[in-house]
Structure formats: C-alpha cells, structure tokens
Ligand binder design. Structure first.
Ligand code: ATP
Length: 358
C-alpha cells in the first residue's frame, strides 16, 4: 500500500494545446494517504478516466508527476507500478473455477500454495462466495461474476493501490446497495489504498472517506461526504450532490446585504472581500422551510415521499426546492419561504464567497 501524490498534473490529448480548453485535465494536485478510501466523482467527460489511466500508467501525463510513497512512477509501466484494477465489466476466466480465478493473481507472482490458499479463503469469506469456490466461473450470475472480479483485485495484499472504475455498472439496481456496503466493509478489513471512480454520488459517498469532485478537467472540491454536503465549495458540487441538489439562486449585493428577487436574505457570515462576477445564493432544500413570513413564493408542485415532502415553489420566475416535514401545501398556494441563515451562502462566479460567522 502506498501514499499517492499527484503533483501539478495536466493532460492534453492534443499535440500542441493552446488554452485551458485544450486540456482534459487542467491542473490536479492531490495527496492521498496510505490506506485511505477515495472516490473520484464527476459527470461523464470531466476527466475521471484520464486521471485513472495516468495513475495506473496507461497514460503518461503531458505535465506533472505521479508519486507512490514519494517515489516518482510517472514513467513506469502499469506492471511496474504494482497496482490492481477492477473494471466496469467482470474480468474473469470463465473456464476456471472461482477458487482458481481468485488464486490466479497470486500464482502469477509466484506466491507459495499455503499463502495462496489462506488469502483465497479470506477474500472468499469477505465476499461471501466461499460456497462457490469449486464452481466454474462461467455459471455465475452477473453480480457474482463482478464480486469475483473484485476479489481478484483485492486478493494481493502487497499492491500499492486498488482502483475501481465504475464497478457496479453491470449490477442490478436492487443488488447495488449490497455490493456498495460490501466494498466499504472490504476497505475497512483490508486497509488497502483504494480509489473508486464513479459518476454516481451515492456510490461515491457510501464508499469514500474523501471524495474528489471533478468538473471539466478540474478538481472543484476534495472533502468528506459531510463536508461536500454541508459546505459545497462550488455551486457545481452543491448541485451535483444531494437530491434534489442545492438551490442556486440569482443574487445581488447591496449595502452589504444579499438580495434574491428584491428580497433581503441573511447569509451565514461575511462576504469575502472582492467577491464579484456572477453572484448566486446557495441553499440546500433541506434548509428551506415554509413559514408565516419570509420570501413570498407560489407552490408549483409538492410530493409527499414518506418521511418528508419535496416542495417546488417559484419566487418570481426562479424555482426553489424545499424539503419539509410539516403539512404539505396545495399546488398553487401562496406561501412564504424561510432560509436557515447558517446554511445560506453566497457564491461568486461559482465559488463559495461567504465565511462562517465566528
Ligand atoms: N483518447 C482520447 N483522445 C482524445 N480525447 C479524449 C480521449 N479520451 C478522452 N478524451 C477527452 O478528454 C475529456 C475527458 O474524458 P474522460 O474519458 O477522461 O472523462 P470521464 O469523466 O472518464 O468520462 P466517462 O465517464 O464518460 O468515461 C473528454 O473531453 C474526452 O472527450
């Protein structure tokens, strides 16, 4: 296992890149602790696979370095980096038994038979496939095949990092949650450094201690799932994480106060000096409530989803979502919205521009 450092990484697929738009990765600086569980999260095309391929050695970055335990591996081949990878689709040998599939990465490295047996049985137990060890891999259901593929990635305990590339793509939705929590458990048991790439926020937030959120070739925030939820550093993170995502509302600053559709809105704290450009207020639906007084709004839709209701209201022509636990207002009702001040932030050109009040 290793600490992984990505230093000043940039990558362009073009021969002579001119501006930032020509770079699939604009500038990435990341330090990942030995034994940590990390996720790379972002929409399709944001650069996740490019970054993964640079870490695994399939791609040499245009600029910057990749270090494993402070050793420069930027130019090393994937084989020389001593890593394990689990892909979207199961990579297994259909004609071999489950046991032999799990044993293969160890046999390949000349590990002795007793150690192989111990490791295979440990991993099989963790993945709950012990009763299938003698079966041929070809007869397994798709989710068991992917479990086996994961097992092959986890069976060696001497790898620098295990990388998962959207590993639950082929899994039925009702089995996904099971494998998701299994992976978290596996990380805790094995203490391997793991990087999990996905565009699915639930997978990233369930698995990782720290999530790296990417957009357009840039890291917009690195944080724990709670940090990403509670204090998005960028409107993109607020919008991308959460369901529904953070409300991002057009704002104005006047006389030191923030206004939304002409109505004053209290912010969490002082606005950063020099904040300018496109101003927006960010507040999560969880912190918007229906109140007797506050911002005048009209209810467009309301859905009772069990323990709470999701209300979509409009203020002027701007939609605002609220997650409420009280009585559900009628469609078309004129209501007032209150924003919890300590969760109401200002963003300037997308970036967080308020400080937490001391
Ligand atoms: N081999 C390539 N040649 C040229 N451009 C590429 C190549 N691979 C990726 N790109 C471009 O680089 C950018 C980042 O792509 P990348 O595949 O890394 O994103 P991603 O987040 O992994 O997306 P997805 O989840 O769809 O794979 C995109 O604009 C993509 O079109």
């Amino acid at each position: 296992m290793a600490k992984i450092t990505l230093s000043k990484l940039r990558h362009s697929y073009m021969d002579a890149p001119k501006g930032p738009d020509d770079y699939a990765l604009k500038q990435i600086d990341v330090d990942w602790e030995d034994g940590g569980a990390y996720a790379l999260l972002g929409p399709s095309g944001c650069g996740k696979s490019t970054l993964l391929n640079i870490i695994s050695g399939l791609l040499i970055p245009s600029e910057g370095r990749v270090l494993f335990d402070d050793k420069d591996v930027t130019e090393l081949t994937p084989e020389a980096r001593n890593i394990a990878q689990v892909f979207q689709f199961p990579v297994i040998y259909d004609t071999m038994s489950v046991y032999d599939n799990l044993a293969f990465p160890l046999k390949n490295r000349g590990v002795d038979a007793a150690t192989i047996d111990r490791r295979v049985r440990t991993i099989a137990e963790m993945l709950e496939v012990t009763d299938m060890l003698d079966r041929r891999a070809s007869g397994l259901a798709p989710d068991n095949k992917q479990k086996l593929s994961m097992g092959r990635g986890l069976v060696r305990d001497d790898v620098n990092v295990v990388m998962f590339d959207e590993p639950l793509t082929v899994i039925d939705p009702h089995l996904k949650w099971k494998l998701r929590s299994k992976l978290k458990e596996l990380h805790q048991k094995t203490a391997l450094t793991m990087i999990y790439v996905t565009h699915d926020q639930t997978e990233a937030l369930t698995f990782a201690d720290q999530v790296v959120v990417m957009q357009d070739g840039e890291v917009v925030q690195i944080g724990t799932p709670v940090e990403l939820f509670e204090r998005p550093a960028h409107t993109f993170v607020g919008h991308f994480i959460g369901s529904p995502g953070m409300n991002v509302l057009p704002a104005e600053l006047r006389d030191g106060g923030a206004f939304f559709q002409g109505q004053a809105v209290a912010l969490e704290g002082a606005v950063r000096k020099g904040a300018s450009g496109k101003l927006e207020i960010g507040i999560r639906p969880e912190f918007v409530d229906i109140a007797d007084a506050g911002i005048a709004a009209r209810v467009r839709k309301a859905a009772d989803v069990g323990r709470y209701s999701v209300v979509e209201a409009v203020v002027g022509d701007t939609p605002v979502s609220a997650i409420i636990t009280g009585p559900v207002p009628e469609q078309g009702a004129e209501v007032h919205l209150s924003f919890a001040p300590h969760q109401t932030r200002l963003y300037a050109d997308g970036w967080l521009a308020t400080e937490v009040a001391q």
